[in-house]
Structures are given as structure tokens and as C-alpha cells.
Design a protein around this ligand. Sequence first.
Ligand code: CAA
Length: 407
Amino acid sequence: MFLELNEEQREIWRWAKEFADKEIAPQVEEYDRKATFNHELCKKIAQQGFFGAILPEKYGGQAIDYVAYALMTEEIARVCSSTRTLFSVQISLVEMPILKYGSEAQKEHYLPKLATGEMIGCFGLTEPNAGSDAGNQQTTAVADGDHYILNGQKTWISNGSIADVAIVITQTDKGKGHKGMCAFLVDTKTEGFSARPIAPKLGLWASDTSELFLENVKVHKDQMLGNPGDGFKVAMYCLDQGRFSVACGGVGVMQGCLDIAANYAMEREAFDQKIGEFQQIQHMVADMSCDTEAGRLLTFRAAHLKNKGVRNTRETCMAKLFCTEAAQRAAYNALQIFGGYGFSEEYPAARYYRDARVLTLYEGTSQIQRLILGQDALGIRPANGKESPTTTFDRLTGHYPELAGVK
Ligand code: CAA
């Protein structure tokens, strides 16, 4: 079985944990209250090589596996979801799709710069009228000789105002539906491209969330990511990656909530004893503890499939759905254990509570994950595509067919 981490995974976990505690934690409250993106911290993350986590060494990456990446993501989220969002978008929504769909020239140009943080990326899919219905893109790309002219608007784009490059999903041929879409790598300094931060918002105060505007943005056809008509496929691949890192973020939020609530419960006294000695508090902590472990295992399962290069939309959706819903429960319980103090910004419970909320919204709402998983379970549409065998536990042989041989 794959429940034991290997030495390299453990080492990466310790590295990320130490960085999160020493470098991120001391600054979290200040930047959150100022509702400001922390550029200095972003530089430090880059200097550590975090942004190159999964990329192959030839593109300046660290070539770590997805289990190690899950642990890194969890450790950052345990301390700060705003920072985790920056990290996840850069790697999962930008680097990974370039690695999969980019031409060699695109990989050589963008990946080393993204790995070192010289460039920050964002992913432009959502539009004012195309959220869950991602296939209904209104942003257009019209061919013009060797170029395309892009027009449209994107919204709720993490890293949007700080990005140097944006993956922009467009419609090129409405008549062809999903097959008429194209993805482009757009340098944000290109004339006609602009971004505007969305503020104030409920949580993730130190993360940049923006609208993007594209007015006659001219991009060379070599900037297309994938082939003409691949836009929807590219977007779905981005989400298969991004949802995984959001799931790991949910695990981190649960662990963070568990840590602060357990500490507080064993300090705070009521009725002449520590509140942690009351069964009602123990029950809440027990639920948080089970959810954290269960969620982590779901992320590890998706991670193993990713390491094997096997289609994993179903397992990623499961991890995303469970971990982000469970993070809501954990944040609720943590705040409840803090009682009135939980309602104050003096303690971290309020921030966890606010920041957890977006997890069930971005990169596909819980309803979208359930739609994908429900159709899969009913045999209406296999989430992993028709060709991929299921990874459901086989009750006759006792294995997950996809995981046979995974150590
Ligand atoms: N990988 C590869 N192909 C996929 C796929 C995947 N994960 N999912 C679907 N496809 C393929 C299908 O097989 C189908 O192919 P064929 O036409 O060849 O049969 C094609 O794509 C169309 O699929 P559907 O018919 O299932 O498409 P749909 O229009 O019904 O939509 C959906 C499916 C699951 C609802 C999808 O639109 C979806 O995931 N919506 C949610 C969008 C979302 O998550 N947005 C979040 C934005 S990102 C963000 O939050 C920004 C940020 O900065 C954090």
C-alpha cells in the first residue's frame, strides 16, 4: 500500500512545514488585515524554489512527485490560504497546462521563468456570464493573418493583477461549441490587456483576485496553447490540476483549524476545568481529526494516479468535494470552540472561517463536483473518460485496479 511516505516526501514535507512556520506565519495577520498581496513573501517562496515544485529539472523545476506536492500545498494552507492560492495557481493552473499542452518553444520561454518566480501566471476561464457553464465562453479570438484578436472579459481570476502571463480561454467558432474553443498564452503587458482587483471580498484578503479586460489584444498564433479547438480540453485539464491543489488546501485548512482549536481547548478553562475535558468539545475535535485524515488520504489517492499519469478527474473531484466541504465544518467547529473570541479578529479562527468559504466555490463549486461524480456513479458519463477503467475498490479482488503495484 501507499500509506507510508518515502524519505524524499518526508524531507519535502519538513522543508515546507518549516518555511510555513518561520516565513509565512509571522506575516499572515499583518497582510491579511492590510488586504495586501505580499510581494516580499512571494519573492521568498520563489527563492526557495517552491514555484518549480513539480516541473522537470530541465525547465528549472525540482521534479518532486504529486504526493510531495500535496504535502507542500497542505503545509502552506495550514498557515495561510491566500499564500496557498498564489502557489496553487502558479503551479497547477499555469505551469502544469503549459507542460502538457505547450510547444517546446513555449515551455522553454515560460516554464523556467515561472519556476523562479520571475513570472507570475494566472488562468482566465471564468467570465461574468460563464462560471459553472465553462463551455459558454463569450471572449472571442478572431484570426487575423498570423495573429488572433482577443476581446472579452474574465472575472474572479486569482493572481490576475500581479500576473505577467495569463492563460486565456476563448471562443473561436461558436458553431462548434466545445470544439470551437482555443487557449492562448497572453503576456499581460500586451496592448489592450488590463486587470482590476475585486475588493472587498469575504476572505482571502491577502490574495489578488481580479477582473481581466481584453480589448483588441493581438496575439501571435504561436501563443496558442494546444491546437485550434483544444481550448475546452485545456481548461478541463487545468481544472483537473487546480482542483487537486484546492483539495490539498482544504486539508491544510482542516489541520490548521484542528491545531488552533486543540491548543485553545487545552488552555481555556470553564466550570473549573479545561474546556477540552468536556465531551462536547472532544466530539468536535474528533470530527475535525477524522475529516483531516480522510481528506488527506483522498488527496494522496489522486496524487498517486497523477504520478502514474493516469486520468484522475473522478478522484480529483472526490478529493476536492470532500476536503473543501469538510474544511467548512472544521472552520465552523474551530470558531465554535473559541466561543465569543472566535468572532474576534484577534484570534485566527475568524480568518480560517472566512478563508475556508471560497474553497467550495472556486475551481468548480461543490455542485459541479457532485454533478461530475453523480453522473459517473450512475453510469451516465464516466468522469475519467470512456477509455479509463474505474478506480473503484474491487470487492471481489480487494484492490483498486489502477493502484495495483503502486508502492
Ligand atoms: N478532461 C478532458 N476532457 C474533458 C474533461 C476533462 N476533465 N471534462 C470534460 N471533457 C470533455 C468531454 O469528454 C467532452 O468531450 P466530447 O465532446 O469529445 O464528448 C467535452 O469535454 C465536453 O464535456 P461536457 O459535455 O461534460 O461539458 P459541459 O459543458 O457539460 O460541462 C462541466 C462540463 C463539468 C460542467 C464543466 O463545464 C465544468 O467543469 N464547469 C465548472 C467550471 C469551473 O470549475 N470553473 C472554475 C474556474 S477556475 C477559477 O476558479 C479561477 C481561479 O483563479 C481560482
